[in-house]
Design a protein around this ligand. Structure first.
Ligand code: ADP
Ligand code: MG
Length: 707
C-alpha cells in the first residue's frame, strides 16, 4: 500500500481512540489526509510586544520580561498559582489552574523569559492563563532553523482547526501539530511531485515536498507564502483541468444544431417591432450568441447582466433566430409569477407577428394543458414559457432547438440535463443569471460555459437613490410614499420570508398591510405572499401592474424579474435579514422608468457590524458586479446564493475564491495549456496530471456535474 493511504492509527502518538476521533471529527483517515489537513493560521513567534500595548482583543501575545513574585491563591478546587510578570512597561498575571507544582518547579524569579498566550483583561489587570514559557535564544530571529520536536524554537507556529470533542480529549491544535511533526520527521525522503515539471518552472512554484513541509512548519514567512501559493495553485489547477476537460468532452460528444440562417422572424421583429434601440452591449451579446449557435457546436452560454439590463429582449431575439431555423424555444423561469410575466412581455414584444407563445406551469390544467402539449408536438408553438413543469416527460417538443433558463440559480443540474434530452441533438442552452457573479466564482461554478456580459444599462436610467432608515421613525418614509404616489408613481413594500419563522413573518406582513391601509386610506393597496393561491397572487399582481393599486405589500415573491416601470419606491422592511444579492435584486424592481427612484432600507436600531456593512454597500453602490464582489469578500464563497445548489462541492482545502483570484487566473491558464496541448492525454510530460485526475475522480469529487 502506498504511503498516502496508510491508516492514521499506526502513526506514533495516534492509536485507535484518537484515530476514530480524527476520522469522526475531521474526516482524517490516512497519513495523506493528515498531511493535507492544513493549518488555518500561523502564530508569529518573532514578534514581542510591550505589556502596556496589550489590549483585550488580541488573540495572543508574546512578551519578554521577568517574574517579580509568585503567590498561591484559593483552596481546594479553586486553588491557583499566580506569577506577577513584568517587562518594565506593566505587569501581567500568569495564572495556572492545573499542574501548579510542575509550573512552580520550572520557573525562577528574576530570570528572563518569553511568555506566549492569550491575554484577558479583567478590571484593569491583564492575565494569561497557562502561558507557554521559554527562555530567550541568543539570536531570536526569523531564519532560525526549525527543530523537529521543539515547537517552541519555531518562529511561525501552525494553528489547526479542531472541534470541542477533540479538545476535550486533549487533541487540540498543538497536539495535531505534534502528529504532523511526527509524520514529517518520519518522511526522510521527498514526497513525490504532483504537478508537471514544466508547469512548476513556468509558474515559478516550489516543489510539492517543500510546500507540504513548509505549510505545516514554515521556516520563515517568505517560504510560507510560497508554500501557500503552490498548494492553492495546485488545488485550483486540478479544479480547472476537470472543468475544461469536461467541457471539451462535451463538445466532442455532442454536435449542435446548426442555426445557419437569420431570417424573416428576426428581421421582421428587428425592423418593425423593436420598441427601442438596442444598447451596444445587447447588440454585442446577440452577435456572440448568434455566432455560437451558428457554429455547428452546441452552445452552452452564460448571459450575465445586471438587474434591468434588458436580458429578456436578448432572449427573445435568440428565440427568433431559433424560429428562423425551424426550431422551438423553451424559456424556463423559477416561479409561476415570473413565467407569466415573461409570457406577457414576450407577447407584447412580438405584437401581431406570427409567433405563437404559450405558457406551461403547474396551474395550466385540463383542456388548456392538452392544447399546449399537442401544440408542442405539432410544432405549432414557437416559444414555450414555463416553470419546472416543462421538464416533465410528457412534455414533448417537435424540434426543441434552444433552452433559455432565466434566473439560473434555482435550477438544479439534473433538471437542466432533462431538458437536453428533449431533442435528439441537444438544444443550445443560454443561462441568464439574476445576479452578477464575481469573476472568480463564475470561472469555477460555470467554468465550462462561455460567458456573455451585458455591461450597460438602457439609456436614461437614473441611479436609484438608496437610504437607510430606522423603523422607529416612520414619518419620513410615509412622506416619501405620499409624495411619490401624488406624482403618479407606485410603491413596493417588501417583508422578509424565511421558512423557520414563516408564521411570524406573515404576521409582520399582515400588520404592515393594515398599518399602510390605515395610514393611507385614500390609496389602494395590494398584498401578495407565498401562502396565497397562484390565481389570487396573479390577480393582485395584475392590479398593481395595471396601476389599479398604488402600493404593493409583499414578501420576496417579487424578488426576481417582476417589471412594473411605473414603480419608483422600493421599501424593504427588516433589511437586516436579507443578503446583499437579494437586496440588490429587490432594489432592481424600481428604477426601470424615466423617473428618479428610491430604495429605503429599514432596520432596527441595533444591528450587527456586518449588517451595517451590507447596508452601507447598498447605499454606496448601484453596480451589481461590484456588490457581488463585496458580497463574496464579506461572506466567502460557501455562503453565496447559488453555490450550494450548484452541484459543486465547495470544499476547497486551501484556496479561497474570494481572495485568490489571481492564482485562479494562472491556474486556469495552466490548465488550458495542458488541455489544449495534450488533447489525447498521452503526453509523458503530463502523465502526473492524468494520473492525479483519476485519483481525484475516484475520491468522489463530483466536479463533472457542473454545467
Ligand atoms: P433584466 O435584465 O433584469 O431581465 P429586463 O429584460 O426585465 O431586465 O429589462 C428591464 C426593462 O428595460 C424592461 O422594461 C425592458 O423593456 C427595458 N429595456 C430593455 N432593453 C432596452 C433598451 N435597449 N432600451 C430601453 N429599454 C430597454
Ligand atoms: Mg429578467
Amino acid at each position: 500500500m502506498n504511503f498516502w493511504q496508510q491508516d492514521i492509527k499506526y502513526l506514533t502518538g495516534v492509536g485507535p481512540s484518537r484515530a476514530s476521533l480524527l476520522e469522526k471529527e475531521l474526516g482524517i483517515k490516512t497519513l495523506g489526509d493528515l498531511l493535507t489537513y492544513f493549518p488555518y493560521k500561523y502564530v508569529d513567534r518573532t514578534h514581542i510586544i510591550k505589556i502596556h500595548d496589550i489590549d483585550g482583543n488580541m488573540p495572543y501575545v508574546q512578551i519578554k520580561g521577568e517574574i517579580l513574585s509568585i503567590e498561591s491563591v484559593g483552596e481546594g478546587r479553586s486553588k491557583r498559582l499566580i506569577a506577577h510578570f513584568s517587562d518594565g512597561t506593566g505587569v501581567v498575571d500568569l495564572v495556572w489552574f492545573q499542574g501548579l507544582k510542575y509550573a512552580l518547579n520550572n520557573i525562577d524569579l528574576h530570570k528572563q523569559y518569553i511568555i506566549f498566550g492569550t491575554p484577558k483583561v479583567f478590571g484593569g489587570r491583564i492575565n494569561i492563563a497557562h502561558p507557554e514559557i521559554s527562555e530567550p535564544k541568543p539570536n531570536f530571529n526569523v531564519d532560525e532553523p526549525s527543530g523537529t520536536n521543539g515547537l517552541l524554537s519555531l518562529s511561525l507556529v501552525p494553528s489547526y482547526n479542531t472541534t470541542e470533542k477533540m479538545k476535550n480529549s486533549g487533541l487540540n491544535s498543538s497536539a495535531v501539530g505534534k502528529l504532523t511533526a511526527n509524520l514529517l520527521s518520519m518522511l526522510n525522503y521527498p514526497l513525490s511531485e504532483t504537478l508537471p515539471d514544466y508547469i512548476i518552472d513556468k509558474y515559478h512554484l516550489i516543489s510539492y515536498d517543500e510546500a507540504i513541509r513548509n505549510i505545516h512548519y514554515p521556516k520563515n514567512a517568505i517560504i510560507l507564502r510560497k508554500a501557500q501559493e503552490r498548494l492553492k495553485f495546485e488545488e485550483l489547477f486540478y479544479v480547472q483541468v476537470n472543468i475544461l476537460r469536461y467541457a471539451r468532452d462535451r463538445i466532442l460528444k455532442y454536435r449542435g444544431i446548426m442555426f445557419s440562417r437569420v431570417g424573416d422572424a428576426f428581421y421582421d421583429f428587428y425592423h418593425n417591432h423593436l420598441p427601442f434601440e438596442l444598447t451596444g452591449a445587447q447588440k454585442r451579446v446577440v452577435r456572440e450568441i448568434r455566432q455560437d449557435m451558428g457554429s455547428g457546436k452546441q452552445m452552452n452560454r452564460l448571459l450575465q447582466g445586471d438587474v434591468g439590463s434588458g436580458k429578456t429582449l436578448v432572449a427573445l431575439l435568440c428565440a427568433l433566430i431559433a424560429k428562423d431555423n425551424n426550431c422551438q424555444t423553451c424559456v424556463m423561469a423559477p416561479t409561476e409569477i415570473l413565467a407569466e410575466q415573461h409570457l406577457h412581455t414576450l407577447r407584447e414584444f412580438v405584437g401581431d407577428m406570427p409567433i405563437k407563445i404559450e405558457l406551461l406551469t403547474g396551474s395550466v390544467k385540463g383542456k388548456k394543458r392538452n392544447q399546449v402539449l399537442s401544440g408542442l408536438i405539432t410544432g405549432e408553438i414557437d416559444i414555450l414559457v414555463g416553470t419546472h413543469a416543462v421538464i416533465e416527460d410528457n412534455v414533448i417538443f417537435n424540434r426543441l432547438g434552444l433552452v433559455i433558463i432565466d434566473e439560473q440559480h434555482r435550477f438544479g443540474v439534473a433538471q437542466r440535463a432533462k431538458l437536453w434530452q428533449k431533442n435528439p441533438t441537444p438544444p443550445h442552452v443560454l443561462v441568464m443569471t439574476a445576479t452578477p457573479i464575481p469573476r472568480t466564482l463564475a470561472m469555477t461554478l460555470y467554468g465550462d460555459l462561455d460567458v456573455s456580459v451585458i455591461d450597460e444599462l438602457p439609456p436614461g436610467r437614473k441611479p436609484i437613490e438608496t437610504v437607510h432608515m430606522y423603523d422607529a421613525n416612520r414619518s419620513p418614509i410615509n412622506n416619501l410614499i405620499r409624495r411619490e404616489i401624488e406624482k403618479g408613481q407606485q410603491i413596493y413594500i417588501v417583508y422578509p420570508l424565511i421558512q423557520e419563522s414563516e408564521k411570524m413573518d406573515l404576521k409582520n406582513l399582515e400588520d404592515g398591510f393594515l398599518q399602510i391601509q390605515s395610514d393611507f386610506p385614500q390609496y389602494h393597496v395590494s398584498k401578495v405572499h407565498g401562502k396565497m393561491k397562484p390565481a389570487e397572487k396573479d390577480v393582485e399582481m395584475l392590479k398593481f401592474a395595471s396601476g389599479e393599486t398604488q402600493i404593493l405589500v409583499s414578501t420576496t415573491v417579487i424578488e426576481v424579474g417582476v417589471n412594473v416601470p411605473n414603480a419608483s419606491v422600493m421599501i424593504i422592511e427588516n433589511a437586516e435579514r436579507f443578503g446583499l444579492s437579494q437586496l440588490h435584486q429587490l432594489r432592481g424592481r424600481v428604477g426601470r422608468g424615466a423617473e428618479q427612484s428610491f430604495c429605503v432600507l429599514i432596520t432596527g436600531f441595533n444591528i450587527a457590524s456586518e449588517t451595517a456593512k451590507r447596508i452601507q454597500i447598498m447605499v454606496d453602490s448601484n453596480d451589481g458586479f461590484e456588490i457581488a464582489e463585496q458580497d463574496l469578500k464579506l461572506r466567502g464563497p460557501g455562503d453565496l446564493e447559488g453555490t450550494q445548489q450548484s452541484g459543486m462541492a465547495f470544499d476547497l482545502k486551501i484556496a479561497n475564491l474570494a481572495r485568490d483570484g489571481q492564482i485562479l487566473q494562472l491556474a486556469r491558464e495552466a490548465a488550458t495549456l495542458v488541455i489544449n496541448n495534450d488533447p489525447d492525454e498521452h503526453s509523458p510530460e503530463n502523465e502526473i496530471v492524468w494520473r492525479r485526475m483519476k485519483e481525484i475522480r475516484k475520491n468522489n469529487i463530483n466536479w463533472g456535474s457542473i454545467s
